[in-house]
Design a protein around this ligand. Sequence first.
Ligand code: NAG
Ligand code: NAG
Length: 533
Amino acid sequence: MLSGLVFVLSSLFFSTLAAPTARDALTVNTPIGTAHGVLDGSAVRFAVKYASAERWAQSTVASEWTFPNNASDPAAEPLACPSPILDDSQFSEDCLSMILYVPPTFNPSAQMPVFMWIHGGSFIIGSATDAGLDGSNLALATNSIVAVIQYRLGGFGFLAPDGTTNLAVRDVMNALKFLQQNVASFGGNPAQVTIAGQSSGATMVRALLAVPEAEPLFKQAILQSDPMDYGFLSPSTHQTLQSFFNTLIPCSTSDTSCLSSLDTLDILNAYMFTFQMAPTLDASAGAFSPLRPVRDGSLLTTALDLTSSPFPSQSKSIIVSTVLSEATPAIYGNFTSPLPESQFNQAVQDTFGLPRTNTIIGSTFYKASPPTNGDQASTLDARVQLESLGTDYLWKCSSWSFAREWVAAGGKAFVGMYVLGASYPGNTAVTSQCAQPGVVCHQDDIEIVFGTVDNPSAAQKTLVKEMQARYKGFLASGDVNAGTSPSVERWDAAGSVDVKAKVLGETGLVDVGSCDPGFWGKQVEYDYQVYGI
Ligand SMILES: *[C@@H]1O[C@H](CO)[C@@H](O)[C@H](O)[C@H]1NC(C)=O
Ligand SMILES: *[C@@H]1O[C@H](CO)[C@@H](O)[C@H](O)[C@H]1NC(C)=O
């Protein structure tokens, strides 16, 4: 197969020189058929359907190599899974696809590590073709195979009318099984798979860490900006959302022919209404990703948080990162002008209720501050405090709490926080605050990791290089320092109390502040503690 690939490559380079062709396909033989790819940047891209599923049934791993969307063109990109922000010509329920990015000169015995990326989007939006997710640069920089996957979203992945939960989690497991079966044909090492995701993609990673059945399918994990405050969904909360959703579906839950004849858009509207109503139906669902993996006791067997006693013992290595200004889109998108300081307490109480509000406002951590964008510098702007509070409890401190538990249970963890990012497309439309210097909004780490920043500054180039070198070392051997140049600061592993969170984008460690284990998670409980999820 190596000679085949070299042959195709050389003929491709030759034909490029001699007479440019419209499309240059590469061919790899896999156990389930011939894969055809196209050059993408300097890597080769293979789009493939890794599984298929009847609506609301468990997916099954592909037994033949086929392009997404029944396409015959190797350059065709997968349609997204149904999504409320796309036109229905851009999605299909037949969406269990992945895109593999493979370094072009691989040797089949290269045993390259595999990096599987799970996109974010609150489990209702997002796809393998989202902005910034072209894996070519990352595949080359890390000498690994990058697989960017899709999985069923919203009601299709989480609200089967018969009450079956976690279909989307099983989709992702099938993507891993597909890689186990086929990635060696591309020079990948199935024993060296790292799963990674951002936001709800990281929540999915955490879900897989809670699935004993998934344990052999991957070796390590990377969680970027997981809103860990929420925890998984409890079975009873899932049941509440499921029952509400079922009332919106004009079929009996066992009438499969009625259910399969429903219009995709009607289902989408029904689960988006459920999404919107979820915090009212059950406060523990939360507002940001109420349709999410369920700790059902059979697939996900542990909460994997501070309420787990004991926290199950661990042997995998993980990276847990957040960004400086996670909550900026939520806070500044909601409050579009400075918020008088007098409204801070009420805003906190709206979110946290009593008694948590009293502890929060009585603490030294969230002080009245002037605006950070130069507006009306003489007044105080409660948005600054709300942003810091939101970032701390939803992402930063809850991630640190998780990392501490992970390490105490025997795993290894590297904790970091980005203070430099690349503004993710769409963020500045939510709020211009995301364009302010020094602000690193939720998602602004994605293009740094993928090396897909448009017109990067010198500092961004340096950070891309550093992070890709760290990922390269981590993917190959679990060591985030192995691939970096000697001038790059060491990133120490977290301890079970001091997580030694590294500043990513500058040097030094992140101030512990309110992420002290005595504050968040103890004096002030996370939502998963308050609601007993
Ligand atoms: C591909 O073909 C199958 C069988 O005809 C169909 O069920 C499926 O919806 C098609 N997929 C797409 C994306 O059109
Ligand atoms: C905006 O802020 C108000 C007041 O705190 C709150 O009730 C509402 O839920 C917020 N909306 C969003 C989308 O965060």
